[in-house]
Design a protein around this ligand. Structure first.
Ligand SMILES: Nc1ncnc2c1ncn2[C@@H]1O[C@H](COP(=O)(O)OP(=O)(O)O)[C@@H](O)[C@H]1O
Ligand SMILES: [Mg+2]
Length: 257
């Protein structure tokens, strides 16, 4: 069964139609890459999925459960837990250590769900989990450092560990390497690839075409708020049907070359 189903998603800002009827389906353990020019609505789509923007129309189902619309009774905070989001600019808490950046949301959630004293007991377990996650992203030796003491690539890996800590059904990335120097993109892309091996369901907005080609089960090319082209990477990159996709890919290649 599809873990994620989006139907007819629309979003406008004032008079500007930014998303105009987005339909997509994603299976458990699959990776969906979203490519497209700046301003085509990619970030807005991720923000709608993460309940950071309220769509004007459309339906959203996670594992068959409706998360927008009148049938949905789950509180917003609960609905948000289905999704994790890794931002372009990391958005770590500068005043906390690496370890605390990862444990904080887990501790707050435990407190909210189980009360203060149970949360104190959960804290040790949460810390253990954070250590494991930070080990997985190669940062076991940075637990007590602060974000300003890390490179951009390391900060982004902390952000990934933090997003994984709450075990979202779907992990979203918004251009996770765009703010990084070229020599630091590889370490972040490697972590995302390793998550695919462990069957994490992911949506990755990216300008890294070679990466998208290699890691994705499905690729979407967005233009002007609609899905202009959609399919397996071999088709979208190898035999694009739409002239807009072809022009976009040609421009991307020119930039790389
Ligand atoms: N909060 C907002 N208010 C008004 N316009 C917005 C807002 N967020 C995005 N937009 C506009 O929506 C369009 C799509 O933006 P965005 O989703 O960020 O595109 P992308 O991520 O593909 O570059 C752009 O024209 C942008 O200026
Ligand atoms: Mg964007």
């Amino acid at each position: 069964m599809a873990i994620l189903e989006v139907k007819g998603l629309c979003k406008r800002f004032g008079g500007l139609e930014v998303l105009n009827g987005i339909d997509l389906t994603l299976d458990q353990g699959q990776v969906l890459s979203i490519i497209g020019s700046s301003g085509s609505g990619k970030t807005t789509l991720l923000r709608c999925l993460n309940f950071l923007e309220r769509p004007d129309a459309g339906e959203l189902y996670v594992a068959g459960q409706e998360l927008w619309g009148p049938a949905c009774t789950q509180p917003l905070r609960q609905r948000r837990l289905h999704f994790g989001l890794v931002f372009q600019n990391f958005n770590l808490f500068p005043q906390y250590t690496v370890l605390r950046n990862v444990t904080l949301a887990m501790d707050l959630l435990a407190k909210e769900r189980r009360g203060k004293s149970a949360a104190r007991q959960a804290a040790a377990k949460n810390e253990q989990k954070a250590r494991e996650l930070l080990g997985r992203v190669g940062l076991a030796d940075k637990l007590q450092n602060y974000p300003f003491q890390l490179s951009g690539g390391q900060q982004q890996r902390v952000a990934i560990a933090r997003a994984l800590a709450l075990e979202p059904d779907i992990l979203c990335f918004d251009e996770p390497t765009s703010a990084l120097d070229p020599e630091l993109t590889g370490e972040v892309l490697r972590v995302i690839r390793s998550l695919k091996s462990s069957r994490t369901t992911m949506i990755v907005v990216t300008h890294e075409m070679e990466f998208a080609k290699g890691v994705s089960d499905q690729v979407i090319f967005m233009a002007d708020g609609v899905i202009e082209e959609q399919g397996p990477p071999a088709q979208v990159f190898g035999a694009p049907q739409s002239p807009k996709t072809r022009a976009f890919l040609r421009r991307s290649l020119e930039q790389v070359g």
